[in-house]
Design a protein around this ligand. Sequence first.
Ligand code: GDP
Length: 522
Amino acid sequence: MTSLKDEVLSRRTFAIISHPDAGKTTLTEQLLLFGGAIRAAGTVKGKKSGKFATSDWMEIEKQRGISVTSSVMQFEYDGKRVNILDTPGHQDFSEDTYRTLMAVDSAVMIIDAAKGIEEQTLKLFKVCRMRGIPIFTFINKLDRQGKTPLELLAELEEVLGIESYPMNWPIGMGKEFLGIYDRFHNRIEQFRVEEDHRFIPLNEEGEIDGDSPIKQSGLYEQALEEILLLNEAGNEFSNERIANGTLSPVFFGSALTNFGVQTFLETYLQFAPSPQPRNSDAGVINPADENFTGFVFKIQANMNPAHRDRIAFVRICSGQFDRGMNVTLSRTGKSMKLSQSTQFLADDRSTVNTAVSGDIIGLYDTGTYQIGDTITSGKQLLNYEKLPQFTPELFVKVSAKNVMKQKHFHKGVHQLVQEGAIQLYKTYRMEDYILGAVGQLQFEVFVHRMKNEYNSDVIMEPIGSKIPRWIDENQVKESLSSSRSLLVKDRFDKPLFLFENDFALRWFQDKNPDIKLTNPME
Ligand code: GDP
């Protein structure tokens, strides 16, 4: 039997951060193919057909005997056990997307070579940087004409403020894409060339010895020149800086044509960290510690009204999970048995009953858990660091349709807010309820759950996107509240303004220079 320590060392848990259409689904699918987790391309695609298509995934799982729930995908490669946590985008973007990044040990950032850094990538990147986790960059769609590689690197530095180290470098692009110059393996990997001839080794000078058709191309010469430039003026490779998230290794490739993906995967597995120690209020907890500990980073409500249950996703931070084990919920001190009610996400649910640090387990939940909760099998109760609150961008006014049912309405709102499904604000005098979210989906889920779980129909009045900025309690002046700078309280009664836009914010700041506006996320 492998020791707990070795098991933990084999784990690689990451999320993909990208903007819709950059190629996350395509790349994920290729990775699962390499891992033998799926047999045919197109499997992961199904995910997009329905909004809450978890059941489709369950169906796929049953058919193929693997785990591809919409939340966690697991496969084995090169002796490593890889967990990919899904970060829903598009309409499904929500606070859960951000929170998922709290549960990973590294991130893979996919960038469309033609588009460069896009909005959603930037938002997710900021969360990763805040955590200081390693970020690996995959620049995708090299089979199409895009920005030049030098432009793309400059964008990484200017827009994201992260330094990069290209592990490989494209030779040509689009119709003239010949392959990649692999600096790390000192070889050239040719595009659309039979497996047997795909790799050309390079000599000590980093050039091709002897004859090769690729040498005839001016693009090869150009790539050599650019590599020379990188060697002389670029960043140095540093394992340490990759590990602390200040240097991103960059890979070029094309997910759709499955080019450069395997090279990426193998190199990624070599440098990506296994689960790291985590801070708690009882000190730093080592992933190979005997006691089982974990925290809830996401709660997913079942959208099917026939099933009111929810699933609490737990990231294991130490020890080993065994079906049927007893744990204590630190917040309440309550003990419970994680038994039949446990849904385990692994490659074969029927036989695998254990999981270790780095893995994710899904617990059936009837209202026991809250986001951020810590559970432990040890005697000493502990809490992992609080999950950050992410700044909402979209806001609606909400009220009960039926004034006779205020009680249900208030109960529902407060429970969903406490669970972390949505943010709540109140206006000063009227105590109107305003909800804040980072994505439209959160409002939809809110309406659905209010009706199904609390029997409360709600009226929602969108008030658009706002910029929230907190102020000091001593500086609250209700006269400063207007439609363009609405003064509200958050659920901890902390005052803040919701500014209509950037302009309103700056105008306010000009007029009231003594008022300090803060955003806890920045
Ligand atoms: P996601 O929204 O990030 O999951 O993106 P998808 O994986 O669904 O890809 C979006 C579109 O880009 C699809 O039409 C893909 O076929 C296409 N695509 C993905 N990777 C590549 C690539 O390497 N080259 C080209 N030309 N198209 C790609």
